[in-house]
Each structure stands twice: as C-alpha cells, then as structure tokens.
Design a protein around this ligand. Structure first.
Ligand SMILES: Nc1ncnc2c1ncn2[C@@H]1O[C@H](COP(=O)(O)OP(=O)(O)OP(=O)(O)O)[C@@H](O)[C@H]1O
Ligand SMILES: [Mg+2]
Length: 609
C-alpha cells in the first residue's frame, strides 16, 4: 500500500504527544515499522548508548524510491486510510508520525529497496528536512534506518538523557519486549561491538528461553485459554519458584506490549492463595482479540490501551491464569533432566524432552520399569551395563536381585507421590515413588487439601458438605466470639456449619462441614471464631474475604505438626494431594513436597560414574 498524507481532520483524532523521549523510543518505533513491513529478521545496532547512533535493518517489504520523502513527512502513512480505520488497527503504526518526529531531533538516513526494485535508494534528513533527491545505494531488499546524534540541536533535551549504560538498558528492554512477542522473527541486538543477543526465528518457548533464560522457561506453567473472542496464551511462573523481586512481567495485546495495572492485578489475584508472602511471579502473557475490541489510539507511545469491555478482559485473564495454576499438583511426576539440581521440588517443572533420553539410558534394559516401585531390577540391570564401573561384590548383587523379585510382586505406588513409608518425626511423610522418593510436609499438604475442599463446599452452598451431628455439641465461648459467629451466619451456613446461639455465652453446633468432621468440635468452633476475628468488621463476605477465612480455617484445622499419622492416613493424604488443585503449595505459598529421584540418588552416591 502506498504512503499518503492523512487529512488534517483525521490527524486531529490521533493521540498526539511526545513520541521520542530517549534512544529506546526510537528503537521501538523503528522495530515496529520493520514488523509492520513483514520482516523475517531484524538487526538493531546501538553505539554510544544509542545517542550517537541507532540503526535498525530489516528484510521487509521496503519503501519505493518515490515514497522515501513521504515516509519522513509528518502524518504520512501507508497503514491508515480514513477515520473508520482507527476503529480496528491491526498494525503497530497508524499515525505516520514516527519517522518525521525522529527526523526533527536527529539526523536520519533511510535506505531501502523493495523486492521488485533492481537497486536500493537512500535519503537523508536533518532538522526535519529531507535532502532534495534519493541517492543510489547498496542494500538488499528491505530497509535500514540509521539515526545519528540524537538531540544534537536540542541540548536541553540531551541533558535529560542518562548514562550510556542506562540508555542501553532501556533499548535492550525495548528490543526484548518486541522480540518476545514475535518469535517467528529473528532478532539480533548489537551494542557497540558486542552482540547482546541473537535470537533466531523459533517457537514461542524457544524465544522465551533465549531471552529470559532456561531457568525461567523450566519453571513456568503454560497458559492457554479462550473466552469468547479472546485468546490468552503464554506462561506464568510456578508459584513456588517465584522470587523476591519483580521478575519479568510481560503483557501483550495483539502482540503489542502494554502497561495495564488492572490486568496485572487480575493475574496477581489468580495467584492469591498460592504465593508465598512477598514473592513476585513472572509472566509472559499474550491476549489476542479482534482489533475493534481494543482502542490503541489512547497514548502517544501506544503503551496503554482501552478495552471495549474491560471487565470481560479482566475476568478472562484471571481465569486463564487460575486455570494454569490449578495444574500445580503432584499427580504428574516431574522428570528432572539428567543434569538438573539434585533435588527437584514442585519448583522444577517437568522437562519431558530432556528427561526422555536420560530415562531411556537409565532404564534401557528394563522397558516396563518406569511403572515399577523402587527399581531394584533396573538397578541390577544397570550394573551389567558397560558404563557401570565399580565392581560390586557378588553377594550384594545377589541380594539386589533377590529384592528385585520380591518388590516386583508388590503393587506399584500409584500416582505421583507414591506409597507412604512412614513419617520423619511428625513433620514429613516419606513416600516411595515410581522413580525415587518424595518428602511431603504434612501440615502444608493437609492445609491445601482442606482449603480446596472448603472452597468447593463454599461454591456448592454447603448443601452436600454438611455433616449433621446426632447430638448437637454445646460450645462455650466469650460473648464477643459468639457475636462474631452470629454475624457471619450466612458465610457459615454456606460452608456447612449449623450453629444456634443458645445463650450469650454458648452455641449449639448441629452440623459442621464434612471435611472438618475429624476435628474436635469445640476446638474447631473456637478456631473459626478466631479466624473470623482477623477479618475487618462489617466487611462483606465477598469471595476474597471468604477465601481468606477459609484459608485460615484450613490452616488451623490442618494436621498440627505434633500429630502422628498412620500409614493409611498418610496414603489417603497423598492420594488427596494428587487430585487437589494447586496442591504443590500450601495456602501461604510454601511448597508441600519435594522429590528425590533414583537418578538424583545415583548421582549423589556417584554410582555409574
Ligand atoms: N522499515 C520499513 N519498511 C517499510 N516501510 C517502512 C518502514 N519504516 C517506515 N515505512 C513506511 O514509512 C511510513 C511512515 O513510517 P512512520 O513510522 O513514520 O509512520 P507509521 O508507521 O505509518 O505510523 P506511526 O507514526 O504510528 O508509527 C510507514 O507508513 C511505512 O509505509
Ligand atoms: Mg511507525
């Protein structure tokens, strides 16, 4: 499409303002132009913090010789035709302002060649004025925009620029934001003489790995969610992996990076009861929607957008992240890569690709062994493989083989957490899993299981969850506590409690939620009154408040560290965890279990090395 000057009435409808604040703004505008031109590769070079020189080269569609001057003209664009076009913008650019604004504050050299031209042409501009005529130049199909001496004629603006390293940091972040959203486009960023990154075209996850590192990529949950015309995809960090500082948090609308506090809140809200206090999860989330449902013509730098239906977008984002977080439970055993850290916790995501060859090597001689319990057979088989060096005394080998026979007859431990072997002190359950052992924090695990059951009861109106007591239990409490219980009557009924105030200092308990029926009733009611006292007075029990009360009740009711469990009780808890959403972490975001695989133990004891 050819470049045309917009009519002044249309220009007046476009969000105007300062576009070029610093070198990074130039990088953003130039890269967006390259993306709009359909580039497959983009190279960005910065010298002197991007102030001395900033250059972007692409292999996109290019600009015709006759249109080079127009490209530098204010309000001239090939991307917007008329006012209705503003309602559904599908390109980054639409104002026809960026190149002209850059040419106002720096020297610009525009070199371009279209696919069908037999030569490239170059046009220079300074002080907003383009040279008389384009000059022939050497350039493959595509465009290079070279910007030099930013703010050379505006010393006052130059003073506001920061140190070179700071400006480079901003450019780096700008390139990264755009590169993350366009994995199919190769991005190379060269600062000075150093390549900061060179990300080849690839899949979205490969791009995330290239730019945010393997540690991030290995500890994320995939998000994939549809809600009406909205599609939400990307990754959110596993709660137990979240760190203390704001990790990368990238949000895109139709591939455009945006700042949106409300949507950031939607994401954090989904993390509400799985995140340890003070931790910040990382995310890379892309929301795609028909362009007419979002207005990008709000902010001069296009960093903010307005949605036609803000609430729908908010709840879709929240639901998308919540659905991903629900999957954090131990039912699918993570398979650590051969060279990962020696202990894998829920913090380490499954690494199926990397784990497969390792598992094969380890269990090569024993195809069914993967489903087996502690794998003595495989251990014995492994001894015979060539890479097993230390000589093992025959007596020990025989013992191993004998054990292999007996243990093969036992039922294999089901699910991800295996079969309980016993309790370490009163705190941890030790379980034998298909590939090693798991340690479970009893209290943390029980707390999450109870919490999820209480939430289910809450959503269910308590109807199926109440356990009626044959003889009501009378519980004596102080009058303030009785008052509190009385005020929260609706909440309690919805949960499955039936309480009657029988005097200013006593209640009769007729029913309790079935999931709490194990807890001694008077203690439970006291804990409940205590949990309610933590809530602001008069606050409506909207879902967030209800969640807090439920989490508190769950925590109080959960197995205290002093209680010793029987093996069947432990097994029951493990099975529960495997089917409980978000069971990888307790209500406070602490991890509930860790796993040590045979491969980890093997490495630790230096077997087979
Ligand atoms: N790298 C490029 N490849 C091909 N054409 C380009 C390139 N950069 C700019 N152009 C052409 O120059 C025109 C002007 O670019 P400019 O960035 O100033 O405005 P825009 O992208 O149309 O709108 P906006 O001001 O919102 O960015 C574009 O509409 C496009 O036709
Ligand atoms: Mg542009």
């Amino acid at each position: 499409m050819s470049i045309r000057v917009l009519d002044p009435a249309l220009v007046s409808q476009i969000a105007a303002g300062e576009i070029i604040e610093r070198p990074a703004s130039i990088a953003k505008e130039l890269i967006e132009n390259s993306l709009d031109a359909g580039a497959g590769r983009i190279e960005i070079t910065a010298e002197g913090g991007g102030v001395r020189k900033l250059e972007v080269t692409d292999d996109g569609g290019g600009i015709d010789r006759e249109e080079l001057a127009l490209a530098l003209t204010p309000h001239a664009t090939s991307k917007l035709q008329d006012a209705p076009g503003l309602e559904h913008i599908a390109s980054f650019g639409f104002r026809g302002e960026a190149l002209a604004s850059i040419a106002q504050v720096a020297r610009v050299r525009l070199t371009s060649r279209t696919a069908d031209a037999d030569a490239a042409w170059q046009l220079e501009a300074a002080d907003g004025v383009a040279a008389a005529a384009p000059q022939p130049a050497a350039h493959p199909p595509g465009t290079t925009v070279s910007v030099e001496e930013l703010f050379y004629a505006v010393p006052a603006r130059r003073k506001f620029l920061r140190r070179e390293a700071t400006e480079l940091g901003h450019i780096n972040e700008t390139v990264r934001r755009l590169a993350l959203a366009h994995p199919a486009v190769g991005f190379r960023f060269v600062r000075g003489s150093r390549t900061a990154f060179d990300a080849p075209p690839g899949t979205a996850l490969e791009r995330v790995k290239d730019l945010l590192g393997g540690d991030f990529a290995d500890n994320v949950l995939a998000v994939e969610h549809r809600a009406g015309p909205l599609t939400i995809t990307g990754w959110v960090e596993r709660p137990v992996h979240a760190g203390g500082r704001a990790d990368p948090q990238y949000l895109y609308i139709n591939h455009r990076w945006i700042r949106d506090r409300s949507l950031a809140h939607a994401i954090l809200d989904a993390y509400r009861d799985v995140l340890f206090h003070g931790r910040q999860p990382a995310w890379v989330l892309a929301i795609d929607m028909p362009p007419d449902l979002v207005d990008v013509n709000v902010h001069p730098a296009k960093h903010e957008v307005r949605f036609r239906d803000q609430r729908a977008v908010y709840s879709a984002v929240r639901a998308a992240v919540a659905a991903a977080l629900e999957t954090t439970r131990p039912s699918a055993p993570p398979q650590p890569a051969p060279d990962s850290a020696s202990v894998s916790a829920p913090a380490s995501a499954p690494k199926p690709a990397a784990a497969a060859p390792a598992a094969k090597k380890w269990r090569g001689a024993e195809p069914e062994a993967a489903n087996r319990s502690f794998d003595w057979t495989a251990l014995a088989a492994k001894e015979k493989t060539a890479d097993y060096a230390p000589a093992v005394p025959k007596a020990e080998r025989d013992a191993v083989a004998a054990h292999a026979k007996t243990s093969a007859d036992e039922t294999p431990p089901p699910g991800g957490l295996g079969r309980a072997l016993g309790q370490l002190g009163t705190l941890y359950i030790v379980a034998e899993t298909a590939d090693g052992l798991a340690l479970v924090d009893t209290h943390a695990a029980h707390e999450r299981v109870l919490f999820e059951q209480l939430k289910a009861a809450w959503d269910n109106g308590g109807r199926s969850a109440a356990q009626t007591q044959l003889v009501p239990t009378e519980v004596r409490l102080d009058p303030v506590a009785i008052e509190r219980l009385d005020e929260a009557r609706d909440l309690l009924e919805r949960l499955g409690f039936e309480l009657d105030r029988i005097s200013p200092e006593a209640v009769a308990v007729r029913a309790v939620p079935a999931v709490l029926s194990d807890v001694e009733t008077p203690a439970l009611i006291r804990e409940l009154a205590e949990a309610l006292s933590n809530e602001a007075e008069g606050e409506q029990f909207v879902d967030a408040a209800a969640d807090r009360v439920l989490a508190d009740v769950a925590c109080r009711a959960a197995v205290r560290s002093g209680r010793k469990l029987t093996v069947p009780e432990m097994d029951a808890l493990l099975r529960r965890m495997e089917t409980t959403p978000r069971a990888d972490q307790c209500n406070h975001g602490r991890p509930t279990w860790i796993r040590l695989t045979l491969a980890d133990l093997d490495r630790f004891f230096r077997r087979g090395r």
